[in-house]
Design a protein around this ligand. Structure first.
Ligand code: SAM
Length: 275
């Protein structure tokens, strides 16, 4: 029997600490360990891995990650959870707790120069900014296994011509292989959110675009998708218009929504060369 088996159920732990979900922290808990174990399996982590978990809350996903034998550093903003999570750390020495805002966290320092994986049932209000930080910031995770609202998962994984294809899909897919790996209905959470969710697995490409290229990609996609129904020659007029688009080998009459990720990278390169 591992120390984790001696812990009370998640519901009992919440009740005995007088804790409830707070909307301001985007709190929708996974209290079914079968679901959190499934997410830990999808994360493909094990004994030799270091996982950074954002928002452990009552610790359901944390317990499942610890069961794999991985070392876990959990970053939680809501300090009300300190006593409850300290009980988990007391039986699982490979758990380190950090009470801080994950947006401000220095993951490179936490990882200590070694690879680390991110696994999280993300708070819906900061999910996208955190993802952008991990995709474009100075530190790159070894992999990310993340629960998002279904609509955000679509905006991450869909391709050209799909309704949800836009800036986020381009930035994600320019930096990672992205796959929707699990659907989670709203009723899987306590309290249930208004919308369904999905887990996305992201594996960063070995060759990540340089910071300069990513910055250019962000600017090009902002202009192109800012007016997604317009032809590129019009939406990119201020960035070089037709000559920039022809340099990238793209039809100036095309619209942003049909351009594949490689096309946007070519546009970013042409723009860097034009400046
Ligand atoms: N992992 C738990 C689970 O699956 O039951 C809780 C998930 S809940 C959707 C999101 C968690 O993120 C909450 O515990 C919340 O307090 C925490 N959180 C919200 N904003 C945060 C931030 N900026 N930094 C770190 N944690 C945050």
């Amino acid at each position: 029997m591992s120390g984790l088996d001696t812990l009370p159920s998640l519901r009992d732990a919440l009740e005995s600490h007088g804790l409830w979900a707070k909307k301001a922290f985007g709190q929708h808990f996974l209290l079914d360990l079968n679901v959190t174990r499934k997410i830990a399996r999808l994360a493909q982590v094990g004994e030799s891995d270091h996982v950074i978990e954002v928002g452990p809350g009552p610790g359901g996903l944390t317990r499942a990650l610890l069961e794999t034998g991985a070392k876990v550093t959990a970053i939680e903003k809501d300090e009300r959870f300190q006593p409850l999570l300290a009980e988990v750390a007391a039986v699982a020495p490979s758990l380190t707790l950090v009470f801080d805002d994950a947006l401000k966290a220095d993951e490179a320092a936490i990882a200590g120069g070694q690879p680390a994986h991110i696994v999280s049932n993300l708070p819906y209000n900061v999910g996208t900014p955190l993802l952008i930080k991990w995709l474009t910031g100075p530190w790159t995770p070894a992999s990310m296994t993340l629960m998002f609202q279904r609509e955000v998962a679509d905006r991450i994984t869909e391709g050209p011509g799909d309704d949800a294809y836009g800036r986020l899909a381009v930035i994600v897919q320019a930096t990672c292989r992205a796959q929707r790996v699990l659907d989670a209905p709203a009723r899987a959470f306590t309290p249930p959110p208004k919308v369904d969710s999905a887990v996305v697995r992201l594996e960063p490409h070995v060759e990540r675009p340089s910071a300069e290229r990513l910055d250019a990609l962000q600017q090009i996609t902002a202009a192109a998708f800012g007016q997604r129904r317009k032809m590129l020659r019009s939406s990119l007029k201020l960035m070089g218009g037709e000559s920039l688009i022809l340099d990238a080998g793209i039809d100036p009459q095309a619209r942003a929504e049909v351009i594949p990720v490689e096309g946007f990278l070519a546009l970013a390169d042409a723009w860097l060369a034009h400046r």
